[in-house]
Design a protein around this ligand. Structure first.
Ligand SMILES: [Zn+2]
Length: 461
């Protein structure tokens, strides 16, 4: 275990205190009856605008509306999206919410209320932020880490991007509703939670190279690390039956996901709980990955990304004595060669210019890169020990994902195995956030690792 694990694990309430946007999280039976009090305490609400879809209105929306009406809180408006086709986080829906609220007689005092899973929450989060007000969230599934995170994943001008917007001031999660959510949503949440293990390993890698002046590397903040990492395995064990509708498991899963969001609020970024596995998923989001016409959930994409990133990590650290060596005759690409490769990898993509810009920001001259190589080789055993002590071995990871009814093979989310492996190249280019793929690229060993992954009889099979 990493040294930071010796500290005690903070409670959910302590994690909530560390968050600076969310003030209250209710998760207990009957908590919807406390929504009027939440509205009074935190929002000075003159009325509410309810947003749901046809499923979540049935699951929770009608009950919430009844409670609000009984409490005398004006329902200023309501927007219910159709159940089919499955709701996308498309920017046009955000415009529908802001438009719906703006035309109300007294829009200033109206509080948007998101009643739904990740997509409804993301839409309302961004709409509320554009209207410069806080919203209240009534989550209906333990499906994502994004309920309590800063930012919303939105399809804007053709590609999925994280738009900035604050987390909800308050949330009210009814365990009975969470437990009745469709199984695929709970397994998505479990996969998203399991991803925090490899994300923690990559934070260790980033921490190790940060003193060398590496772009996109972050030091470990011990207090924030303790919010998510030491308690993670316990939460995964307790939430393993969530997709089978076990109420206790679903509560544990929701709490753990909420804490990961609070850690992002405290860190002011996603580093504590998101690494290369999420970059794989971002690429597939950009590609609009779907299976039989139905978009693959965030959590299921992240699950396959977690398996792929874990495999890359194990392959990088396979030798106990030294990191892998680049192939004979390897020459580090110069800046223009590198930006050309990034440009052609993202040719035709709407985020092309942004990614090419990122490539420039990430690029290190040969001397800095050589220094990193040297430092990693000199301290390899220590770094390997720290990372592997934290990493859940691939076979064990696959076992818990199987128990939690998560996808295990790329084919299950509509990708061939080779396509999933090849994604590592674009994932490495996507963001300036140092992780295992960057380390492999900087040492000139990303391609050999991907070849070994391709040839493996174990990984992603
Ligand atoms: Zn996530």
């Amino acid at each position: 275990m990493d040294n930071y694990d010796k500290a005690s694990i903070p409670s959910l309430a302590d994690c909530l205190k560390a968050a600076d946007e969310t003030r209250e999280l209710l998760i207990h039976r009957g908590c919807y009856t406390e929504i009027p009090a939440l509205l009074e305490r935190f929002y000075q609400a003159g009325g509410v605008y309810l947003v749901s879809d046809e499923h979540t209105r049935e699951a929770a929306g009608r009950r919430v509306r009844e409670i609000l009406e009984e409490a005398g809180i004006p329902i200023a408006g309501e927007l219910c999206f159709p159940a089919s086709p499955r709701l996308h986080a498309d920017y046009s829906h955000i415009a529908a919410i802001t438009g719906g609220i703006s035309v109300l007689p007294n829009p200033g005092g109206v509080v948007p209320v998101a009643i739904g899973a990740g997509t409804v929450n993301d839409l309302v989060k961004r709409a509320a932020s554009e209207l410069k007000r806080s919203y209240l969230c009534v989550p209906t599934a333990s499906s994502v880490d994004g309920y309590t995170a800063y930012g919303a994943a939105v399809l804007y001008e053709g590609y999925k991007q994280t738009m900035s917007c604050p987390a909800p001031l308050a949330l009210a999660a009814e365990p009975e509703v969470l437990a009745k959510a469709p199984s695929y949503l709970s397994s998505s949440g479990f996969g998203d939670l399991a991803s925090k293990i490899i994300a923690g390993c990559e934070w260790i890698i980033s921490d190790a190279v940060e003193p060398l002046g590496v772009p996109g590397a972050d030091r470990i903040d011990g207090a924030i690390w303790n919010m998510t990492q030491p308690g993670l395995m316990g939460y995964l064990e307790r939430s393993i039956d969530a997709a089978r509708g076990d109420a206790g498991a679903v509560i544990a899963l929701f709490e753990a996901l909420a804490i990961t969001g609070f850690s992002m609020q405290a860190f002011k970024g996603s580093r504590p709980v998101s690494g290369s596995e999420h970059l794989f998923s971002h690429v597939w989001e950009m590609d609009d990955l779907s299976l039989d016409g139905v978009p693959v959930t965030h959590g299921h994409k992240v699950t396959i990304g977690t398996l792929a990133a874990t495999a890359c990590c194990e392959l990088f650290f396979a030798d106990p004595a030294a990191p892998p060596s680049p192939p004979a005759g390897y020459v580090r690409p110069g800046l223009s060669q590198r930006t050309n490769s990034v440009s052609s990898a993202f040719k035709g993509s709407r985020c092309h210019d942004l990614v090419v810009q990122t490539a420039r920001e990430k690029y290190m001259d040969s001397r800095t890169a050589a220094r990193i190589g040297e430092a990693v080789r000199d301290n390899y055993r220590e770094l390997r020990d720290r990372v592997l002590a934290r990493l859940l071995p691939y076979e064990k990871l696959k076992e818990i994902l199987a128990q939690a009814l998560c996808p295990l093979k790329p084919e299950t989310i509509g990708l061939s195995r080779s396509e999933a492996i090849a994604t590592a190249r674009r994932a490495q280019m996507m963001r300036n956030k140092y992780g295992i793929l960057d380390l492999a690229w900087d040492l000139g060993v990303l391609e050999p690792i991907l070849s070994r992954l391709e040839d493996s009889e174990t990984y992603l099979r």
